[in-house]
Write a protein that binds this ligand. Structure first.
Ligand SMILES: [Zn+2]
Length: 282
């Protein structure tokens, strides 16, 4: 669930708070969450953290000895900084960095799946790491023009914008907001974008992601809540009036995600076929 704005605010707030702090000890209680063994996690012991960066939806914890802890939160992971250490019975703990001032930087994961991961890498190996090397350009703050990026693609915009190899940082929540902002159908194909539409889509991307980050800057502080209140207008708002035109927002349900959109603003008034409904009606 955490996408570019959520990872960005976590990186900013936590990065500012831990810069200069010394790591006293490290622990990886989560089975298989730590995907690397050389260098070992204990190589961080005694080092000083220098900040926290972001690449796409990845978090990069930086330190003063040229190591980086690359983290992917996947759908249910959270990076949080606490004043006190976790009890060892906290089953959400995956990777813990204990700071010598008593605080603890904690990769946690909610739910039963263990999908969030961390890799300890040498900083000069980060760019070659597959998860980073395959990322497209950052969706925010200054992505390249969208027509060259999306305009030759036969896939629908809803799929393209969530493809991290095409553009990095957007997922299931913000894609709905961006397409609504640009007044484009989730099913319009990249190859069918006009120059004006591509420019509007790029603007919408920068605007909506930027607004979300500004909202978080104004409302959040540490410790970050387990569930961030996402400032969404369209996603998860199906059945409610479109904030722009008042038409009822519709949705298409898939097994593990939902596309929400405004038929009047985005699909020339057409209500898209909802597979869940048609399956229920059979
Ligand atoms: Zn509308």
């Amino acid at each position: 669930m955490p996408e570019l704005p959520e990872v960005e605010i976590a990186a900013r707030l936590i990065g500012a708070a831990v810069a200069g702090a010394r790591v006293e000890s490290t622990l990886a209680p989560g089975v298989n969450a730590l995907k690397t063994f050389d260098p070992p996690l204990h190589a961080l012991d005694g080092t000083r953290l220098t900040g926290v960066g972001r690449r796409g939806k990845h978090v990069v914890v930086e330190n003063d000895t040229g190591l980086v802890l690359l983290i992917h939160l996947m759908s249910a992971g959270r990076l949080q900084l606490y004043e006190r250490r976790a009890g060892l019975r906290d089953r959400t703990s995956r990777v813990l960095l204990r700071l010598d001032d008593g605080r603890e930087l904690r990769l946690r994961e909610f739910g039963t799946k263990q999908a969030a991961w961390a890799k300890l890498l040498r900083a000069d190996a980060l760019e070659d790491e597959e998860a980073i090397a395959t990322l497209g350009p950052e969706a925010w703050p200054d992505p390249p023009p969208f027509l060259p990026l999306l305009g030759r693609q036969p896939r629908p915009l809803h799929t393209l914008l969530r493809d991290q190899r095409v553009i990095a940082g957007i997922g299931r929540s913000w894609v709905d907001e961006i397409l609504w902002e640009a007044r484009l159908s989730p099913y319009k194909r990249g190859a069918d974008l006009s120059e004006e539409e591509a420019a509007a889509l790029r603007d919408a991307t920068v605007t909506r992601l930027g607004e979300a980050i500004a909202h978080y800057e104004a409302t959040l502080s540490l410790p970050l809540p387990d569930k961030l209140p996402l400032p969404l207008k369209v996603h998860r708002h199906e059945g409610q009036p479109c904030p722009r035109c008042g038409t009822t927002l519709e949705a298409v349900h898939f097994e593990d995600y939902v596309i929400a959109y405004c038929p009047a603003c985005q699909t020339d008034g057409r209500v898209l076929k909802d597979r869940r409904l048609s399956r229920l009606l059979k």
